[in-house]
Design a protein around this ligand. Sequence first.
Ligand SMILES: C[S@@+](CC[C@H](N)C(=O)[O-])C[C@H]1O[C@@H](n2cnc3c(N)ncnc32)[C@H](O)[C@@H]1O
Length: 293
Amino acid sequence: MTETDPQAAIDAERKKHAHERDERVYEHVAGDSQEGIPFIGAGPGNPRLLTVAGKEAVESADLVVHAGSLVNSELLEAYCDDAELVNSVGKDLEELVPLMRDAYEDGRSVVRLHSGDPAIYGAALEQMDALEHEGVPTYIVPGVTAAFAASATLRTQLTLNETANHVVFTRPQGKTLDPEDDHLAEFVEMGDVTACVYLGTHAVAETMERLVEEGADPETPVSVVYHASWPDEDIIEGTIGDIGEKVEAAGYRASALVLIGDAAAGAGYERSYLYGGWAKRGETESDTDDTNE
Ligand SMILES: C[S@@+](CC[C@H](N)C(=O)[O-])C[C@H]1O[C@@H](n2cnc3c(N)ncnc32)[C@H](O)[C@@H]1O
């Protein structure tokens, strides 16, 4: 087969779907096993947090292309015993796409294992589009994203009545995000937002300094969860004013989730409507999205 430039393949797929949805969108529900290479969310680390659909797919795989140290090796040992394992770290699309395509075309069962959920900072779609362009079908199996593992660890919710009405998944400015696209200070200023900051462990101190410079309250609660759900999981609690120092003292430079906002501390919330005055409403009235769970 002739080699295709991945960017040209991505552009072609994007153009194709600009006006019409892929038919498979209507033929399957998430979690179905489908034809092709599944892009699986491995979850945050603990092998028990892989979904049933994900576990079934990796257990039957001949080739598992995984996201290196972001995927717990315990998970690979537990479920991918007989498979060939390939670490995707350091490989570009030009290498990854033919690797997966050739294995698939040779009749091998191929899975692509991303950390957490592929939809969050996963760069999955570009691989999927490049493969689709080469005639290899792909689909997504969702996973538990790091923010959900971190909130479970902290025994809190990311949304809390009267405290946090909104959640954002965000990242701080850096090599891949220009300062003008960093909206963290705006989210924090809104006051009722829980900001889940990915990819920022190495820059907690400077991120917090910037927030203070931009007017954030230094007393705003911040929780940093390192390796949520892993055996060496660690929690550092503080505020915008002091968390930077604490994370630097702990020496973490990667693999932590930073939760900013009152919900991180699980404090100051009010009981919800659902288990309050609304609890005994009629069934017709409850047929609406306008409730908490
Ligand atoms: C490339 S992003 C991938 C995120 C992943 N797709 C997800 O949904 O969790 C990697 C970042 O996710 C966060 N992360 C991933 N796994 C984590 C974990 N177990 N505990 C805390 N943070 C984690 C860290 O901020 C890390 O820098």
